[in-house]
Design a protein around this ligand. Structure first.
Ligand code: ACM
Length: 544
C-alpha cells in the first residue's frame, strides 16, 4: 500500500526532478520529499495572515500556530476552512484531496498569494506543516520572537508521501530514566522529521518504568536502584529520589499524557514490556515468578542475568497477562513489543521444573520453550485486540502465527518471506548508541561500536535477499538508542542527531531520490534549526 502511493506520485510527477528541485532550493527539507518543484516568487507570512482549517484539523492548525507564534510573535487567527481565503493566508484542508496520497501523504502549494496544504487525512496535513516550517528561514525554530525578520517562503509545489509505514525510534528509559517532559521533547524532535513510531523500552533488568496498578511493587521496588550504575558519575543524571536512589517511573496518567502528546504529532507509541529475559527489575519485586525464586540484586546491576521468568508455571502467565491487560488499555496502537532478546536459556536448562515441563509439552530445546512462551503471550495480547512484535530471537524456536519481528541480528528477510511483518533495525545501521567516531577520547562515553552518519544514510530497509512480492511485509526501519551510557537528555540528543535525520530520510524518501551529497548539504542547513531548538547535536564538521 505505502509504496503504491509513492509509485503513483513517482509516475505522475517524476522522481528524477527531486534532486534538481533541491539544488535550487537552499531551504531544503529532511526527509527529502517525493517531488518538489520550485517556482518563482515568494510568500510572506505577516501578523495579518490567518490559518484556515477544517474542523477536524484544529489540532494540526493549533500546533502550527503555536510554532509560528514562538518565533514570529504573530498570534495568527485560526478560522474555518469554509471562509474565503485571503492573500497571506494558510489553508489546511482535506477537501478535494487526492486519495492516492494515502494516509500520510500531502500536497503543499506555496504561491505568492497563499499556502495550501491538502491531504486526505490529518497525518498528511501535519507532515505538510512540517515541510512548510523547513521551507521557512531556520529562525522559525527560535523559542522567542526574532525581530526584523521577513518570514518568507519560496513558491513551491510539493507532492509527498512516505516510502514506509513504520518510521521508528526506540528510547531505552530503563537503563536511564527520562522524565515525561524529556520524552515529550524527544517526540517533538521525531515529529520534525516525520518519524511516526515511538518504541518506548519501558522495562529491562535495570528498571521497571510503568505503573501497573495490580502489582505496585513493580515500580516501588523495580523502578529504583541504589546508584546510577554503569560506572557513571552520579552527577551525570538527575533522576534521584529524596533518599538518593536512582530511577523513576511513569504513572498511568503520565503514560496517557505521553501517548496523547505523541498522537497529536501523529506518532504511535509502541510500549515494550520485555520478557522472558532482561527481567531482573520485575523479578526483584516478584521473585516468585522466576525459575530460581531469587533473590535478585535489587540494584539490578550485579551482572547476574538469571532474571528470567519461570515459563513452566501457569502463575507466570496470569501475572504477565494482568500486566499486559493494563498495558493494552493505555496504548491504542496495534502493537505491544514483548522483547524476547538475549534470553539466558541456561537458567531454563538448569531448572528442573522447566525441564519436566519441556518434556510434557514435547519441546526439544529451550529455543522451542521460548516459542511456546511467546505463543501463550501472543494469545493473551491478541485477546486484547493487539499484536505482538519481538526481537530477532523470538523466531529461533519457530515464529508464532501473528507475530511481527524486529530484526536486530537477523531473521527479517526470512520472516517477511514467510508472511510475517518485520521492522528492520540491524545493529550495523540502526544502533545509534554506538560511537560516531573512532576517536573515543573526543566523544561522550558510549557502549562501543562505530556508526557514522553516512552508514545510517546507506541503510536499506528492504533486505537484498527478499523477493519483491514480500516487500510489503517490511514495515520500515528504526533507530535504537540503548541508554546504558546515556544518563541525560543532552547525551540522548547527541546520539540522535544528525543520525536520526538520516534514518528519517531512509524511511520516508524514495530510494532513487536519496543522495548522500544532497543530504549532507541539507543536514548542514538543518544544524541551524537544531541550534535554535537548543539540541545538542553532533556537528557534521566534527571529524569521525
Ligand atoms: C538488543 O539490542 N538486545 C535487542
Amino acid at each position: 500500500m505505502k509504496r503504491t502511493v509513492q509509485k503513483i506520485l513517482g509516475i505522475v510527477f517524476g522522481v528524477g526532478l527531486v534532486a534538481a528541485a533541491f539544488a535550487a532550493n537552499p531551504n531544503a527539507i529532511i526527509p527529502a520529499p517525493v517531488k518538489a518543484g520550485a517556482r518563482d516568487g515568494q510568500f510572506q507570512l505577516t501578523a495579518a495572515s490567518r490559518l484556515l482549517t477544517d474542523r477536524e484539523l484544529k489540532s494540526e492548525g493549533q500546533l502550527l500556530a503555536a510554532r509560528l507564534r514562538l518565533a514570529t510573535g504573530f498570534a495568527l487567527k485560526i478560522k474555518s476552512a469554509k471562509e474565503k481565503i485571503n492573500a497571506g493566508d494558510i489553508l489546511l484542508t482535506t477537501n478535494g484531496a487526492d486519495a492516492s496520497f494515502g494516509a500520510e501523504g500531502y500536497a503543499l502549494s506555496v504561491s505568492s498569494n497563499c499556502v495550501v496544504i491538502r491531504a486526505p487525512a490529518p497525518a498528511g496535513i501535519f507532515y505538510g506543516t512540517q515541510s512548510l516550517l523547513q521551507l521557512m528561514p531556520p529562525e522559525i525554530f527560535s523559542a522567542k520572537p526574532v525581530p526584523v525578520m521577513a518570514w518568507t517562503i519560496p513558491c513551491i509545489d510539493i507532492s509527498d508521501a512516505p516510502r514506509f509505514v513504520w518510521r521508528g525510534f526506540m528510547l531505552d528509559v530503563s537503563r536511564h530514566f527520562f522524565t515525561k517532559p524529556e520524552v515529550e521533547r524527544v517526540l517533538d524532535l521525531m515529529a520534525l522529521y516525520k518519524l511516526n513510531t515511538f518504541h518506548w523500552h519501558l522495562v529491562d533488568d535495570q528498571g521497571w518504568r510503568i505503573q501497573i496498578k495490580k502489582y505496585p511493587k513493580l515500580t516501588e521496588v523495580g523502578a529504583w536502584r541504589k546508584a546510577i550504575g554503569f560506572g557513571l558519575a552520579s552527577n551525570s543524571a538527575t533522576a534521584y529520589d529524596k533518599n538518593g536512589r536512582y530511577g523513576g517511573f511513569y504513572t498511568q496518567r503520565d503514560i496517557r499524557d505521553v501517548v496523547a502528546y505523541a498522537a497529536a504529532r501523529h506518532i504511535t507509541t509502541v510500549p515494550e514490556i520485555e520478557m522472558p529475559g532482561h527481567s531482573m527489575a520485575a523479578l526483584s519485586a516478584y521473585p516468585q515468578f522466576s525459575c530460581t525464586g531469587g533473590p535478585f540484586d535489587p540494584d539490578h546491576d550485579g551482572g547476574v542475568y538469571n532474571g528470567i521468568y519461570n515459563v513452566s508455571d501457569d502463575a507466570t502467565y496470569v501475572f504477565l497477562g494482568n500486566i499486559l491487560r493494563e498495558v493494552a488499555k493505555l496504548f491504542p496502537g496495534e502493537f505491544i513489543h514483548i522483547g524476547g532478546d538475549e534470553v539466558p536459556k541456561e537458567t531454563w536448562h538448569a531448572s528442573p521444573a522447566c525441564q519436566v515441563f519441556m518434556k510434557s509439552q514435547g519441546l526439544k530445546n529451550e529455543r522451542e520453550l521460548q516459542s511456546y512462551f511467546t505463543g501463550r503471550i501472543e494469545k493473551i495480547v491478541n485477546a486484547d485486540g493487539k499484536r505482538i512484535i519481538g526481537w530477532s530471537e523470538i523466531r529461533e524456536g519457530g515464529l508464532t502465527p501473528s507475530a511481527a519481528l524486529m530484526d536486530w541480528i537477523g531473521g527479517g528477510a526470512e520472516s517477511a518471506a514467510s508472511g510475517h511483518d518485520v521492522v528492520m533495525a540491524p545493529t550495523k545501521y540502526c544502533y545509534i548508541d554506538h560511537y560516531q567516531s573512532t576517536n573515543h577520547a573526543a566523544e561522550p562515553r558510549a557502549i562501543g561500536g562505530f556508526l557514522p552518519l553516512e552508514r545510517v544514510y546507506e541503510f536499506e530497509p528492504l533486505p537484498d535477499k527478499l523477493a519483491p512480492e514480500f516487500d510489503s511485509h517490511v514495515l520500515g526501519g528504526q533507530a535504537n538508542l540503548w541508554a546504558e551510557y546515556i544518563p541525560n537528555l543532552r547525551q540522548v540528543e547527541y546520539m540522535m542527531f544528525p543520525r536520526l535525520a538520516a534514518l528519517a530520510e531512509v524511511d520516508w524518501s524514495p530510494k532513487a531520490a536519496r543522495s548522500w551529497e544532497g543530504f549532507q548539504t541539507r543536514a548542514r542547513l538543518n544544524e541551524k534549526r537544531l541550534e535554535l531548538l537548543g539540541v545538542n547535536y553532533r556537528p557534521l564538521a566534527k571529524p569521525e
